[in-house]
Design a protein around this ligand. Structure first.
Ligand code: 6GU
Length: 221
């Protein structure tokens, strides 16, 4: 499941350049019964299954021990869950401070509460909707953080003006040709007047954000 997003395009390049290293583990490898059981019925009854604590603790503790051999300690342990803190650009930026992180992909039905209480340091959700498992969400989190790391982008300046970085959506972008099917590129962009262009772009960002995401304008003021 992780092969697509981590093994193509810019992300693959980042892996090749050593910007990031991803190590995917299968929780089933940390079970000891014949059926590699990772979940069980909830105490108290109810629908669905709950992920058992033992394989998750064993997996995370094994990884922590491997890292400790390399003198890496205090690694954050993130649980992907729809009950977590909502991922934002600011949170992604905060996570760039860590050189290592362990991410647990929970299943929607949930993980045993003792995992949250005694193993996990952060809980993250990627939005107010429900995925069948935390894997896709984990890939979103990793991608969002890793593209901010030095060496990921060819021109890191692209990070400055993009949507959500300064609390506004990005301005409209155009490239050649100057006229396509009678639709012209705004004059100002061809003017070479950089002050005017900057002013136009800022204005467009504000208009766009007001129209599409009034909640973002309110949050800023
Ligand atoms: Cl982190 N997990 C699941 N299962 N669903 C989600 C989510 C995470 N974030 C949004 N929906």
């Amino acid at each position: 499941m992780f092969n697509g997003p981590f093994n193509c395009g810019l992300f693959q390049k980042a892996v090749d350049k050593g910007v990031v290293k991803v190590d995917v583990r299968n929780i089933r490898d940390y079970t000891h019964d014949k059926h590699h059981t990772t979940d069980d019925a909830p105490y108290g009854g109810g629908a669905g299954m709950v992920m058992k604590p033992e394989p998750i603790f064993e997996a995370v503790e094994t990884i922590k021990a491997e890292l400790a051999q390399k003198e890496i300690t205090d690694v954050p342990v993130i649980l992907m869950t729809p009950q977590g803190q909502l991922l934002t650009q600011a949170i992604a930026q905060e996570f760039t401070q860590y050189n290592n992180m362990i991410i647990i992909c929970g299943q929607y039905e949930g993980v045993d509460e003792r995992v949250r209480e005694h193993l996990v340091t952060h809980e993250i959700s990627i939005g107010d909707y429900v995925l069948s498992g935390g894997e896709l969400a984990a890939m979103v989190v990793v991608n969002t953080i890793v593209r901010l790391l030095p060496g990921f982008l060819g021109s890191p300046e692209s990070l400055i003006s993009e949507s959500h970085t300064d609390g506004l959506l990005e301005y409209p972008q155009y490239t050649r040709p100057p006229e396509f099917r009678n639709w012209a590129v705004p004059e100002v962009l061809l003017s070479g007047n950089h002050a005017q262009i900057a002013k136009w772009r800022k204005n467009q960002s504000i208009i766009r954000t007001t129209q599409r995401r009034p909640d973002m304008i309110e949050r800023e003021s």
